[in-house]
Design a protein around this ligand. Structure first.
Ligand SMILES: [Zn+2]
Length: 502
């Protein structure tokens, strides 16, 4: 609730300052040059926004850059989306007011939520660059007042957090037929529990579909390079889909929009003579939000996959371990006198990191100082998801979250290790085994619990409640720097045990 109020407030404040000071915009906007593969890209709408530089989605420089990277950018004012589409295929999407953006089905925290100003959509430019695997604006050569340099300036070396050198994404040859496809009709059939929408198309082409986040349950598919040869359609379809609308959206796009009753499962199947969309009454907690493909003689279903727990996770960086020190910043965790959970977890996590790094592992911490990972006073959901994002976005091997337990009385003591997914169990057991054997703590067991951080990590994850701050003996241990070092050693040993057997 607080977060939402703050976000709206900051957008209003921007709008207000613009109203009060007519020159604000021209003063704030700067021309900034970015060098991509020796090509000068000039951003003309750059603004300094709290959180980082912002650029308008209709900035010609931004379009040049995205195009040079082999992608296309579009701004959909009806649905408040900025989309960057690779023919690869993958989709990067920013939504107005949403401080996360999607790369395929992976959610990443943005520097700030994209906002509307003066009917222009502004997006965090550094996140766009990161999504394109390019260095951030601050790492690019500064603009020069003098004319363009004669020799192209090479792209700066990628910084530490941008591992792969910028390579253009795989570029499937785009296949818009010169002859527009014809959408000849849309047939809607309601069955108990589902609705089937058949989009009849003559010709070849591509499509993409999107859905908004619940509770806004709009879903739509855009058929590219196509003409609608029937009259626009508005049809009610029953319980699962309250309405179906078909329009010539613009010169070359036909849009079929569904109003869903909830976050329904929607399957899209392209074929030789059109596209079949089936919306089922079944709802998905984490419904995929976009996909694309081609129809006609080369029909391919290339919708972005849902994050499916049944698919075995393959780390893109198998040498990377993410350590999550519980709490931090505005959230002290559990507290006893001057002793705060957030400081204990950070200290233990730093030791775990140092031990693992010394043993040749790459380690990233979700936080390395006393701060909130998402934002101060944020919701538990945003804060915990931000921690998962750190590991998920980097394709880490595993995630371990370190906490301190507490109870209403001083009785309970010892270590408890939590897991949730089947793939977590071996990790949780390995860590718990080392902790109990190396520190001689009471073993409260390895317990299955649907804890957010563990459940939303794509990889094996475990959460350790190291000891009870509410128990005097455990508290004395927690307050001992030497004991925390030993705990870190045991956690690191457990992690290494796990990696050797899994
Ligand atoms: Zn905690």
């Amino acid at each position: 609730m607080n977060r939402y109020a703050v976000r709206i407030g900051s957008v209003l404040a921007l709008a207000l300052s613009f109203q009060l000071c007519g020159l604000a915009r021209s003063n704030a906007a700067e021309n900034t040059t970015y060098i991509y593969n020796g090509k000068r890209i000039v951003f003309t709408t750059l603004l300094q926004h709290a959180g980082g530089p912002a650029v308008s989605a209709d900035d010609p420089g931004l379009h040049d850059l995205v195009k040079a990277a082999g992608a296309a950018l579009s701004w959909d004012p009806d649905n408040q989306y900025v989309l960057i589409t690779f023919p690869g295929p993958s989709i990067i999407s920013f939504a107005i007011g949403d401080a996360h953006y999607l790369v395929g089905s992976v959610s990443r925290p943005a520097a700030f939520a994209p906002f509307l100003r003066d009917a222009h959509a502004y997006v965090p430019i550094d996140d766009v660059l990161r999504a394109l695997k390019l260095p951030p604006l601050s790492a690019a050569p500064l603009p020069e007042a003098s004319p363009a340099p004669k020799t192209p300036v090479p792209l700066p070396q990628s910084t530490a957090d941008i591992s792969p050198p910028p390579t253009p994404p795989p570029f499937a040859t785009p296949q818009p037929s010169p002859q527009p496809a014809q959408v000849t009709g849309v047939d809607v059939q309601s069955q108990p529990g589902s609705v089937t929408v058949r989009i009849g198309i003559v010709g070849n082409g591509s499509y993409e579909w999107h859905r908004l986040r619940a509770p806004d349950n709009r879903w739509w598919i855009d058929v590219r390079n196509a003409r609608l040869t029937t009259a626009p359609i508005d049809q009610n379809a029953g319980d699962v889909v309250s309405s179906v609308r078909v329009r010539q959206q613009n010169g070359d796009t036909v849009r079929v929009a569904l109003s869903l009753s909830a976050a329904n499962q929607v399957d899209v199947t392209p074929g030789a003579d059109g596209i079949t969309v089936v919306a089922s009454a079944r709802t998905l907690a984490d419904a995929p939000r976009s996909g694309l493909g081609t129809f006609g003689s080369n029909a391919t279903a290339v919708a972005t996959p849902a994050a499916s727990p049944s698919v075995q996770y393959v780390p893109t960086n198998p040498r990377l371990i993410v350590i999550d020190p519980g709490h931090g910043g505005s959230d002290p965790g559990t507290v006893r006198g001057d002793t705060q959970e957030k400081s204990l977890t950070l200290d233990m996590a730093r030791h775990v990191r140092d031990i693992l790094v010394a043993r040749g592992w790459q380690v990233i911490m979700t936080r390395n100082d006393d701060r909130d990972v998402f934002a101060p006073n944020d919701s538990a959901h945003d804060e915990l998801q931000a921690r998962d994002d750190v590991a998920n976005a980097r394709g880490a091997r595993l995630l371990v979250s370190i906490h301190v337990n507490s109870y209403v009385n001083s009785g309970p003591h010892g270590v408890t290790t939590f897991y949730y997914k089947a793939s977590d169990l071996a990790l949780a057991e390995a860590v718990n085994r080392r902790i109990t054997s190396e520190l001689g703590l009471k073993n409260n067991g390895v317990i299955k619990d649907k804890l957010y951080v563990v459940n939303h990590a794509n990889m094996a994850a475990a959460l350790i409640e190291t000891a009870f701050i509410s128990n005097p003996d455990d508290l004395a241990l927690l307050q001992s720097a030497g004991w925390r070092q030993k705990m870190a050693q045991a956690i690191a040993d457990g992690i290494v045990d796990y990696t050797e057997n899994n």
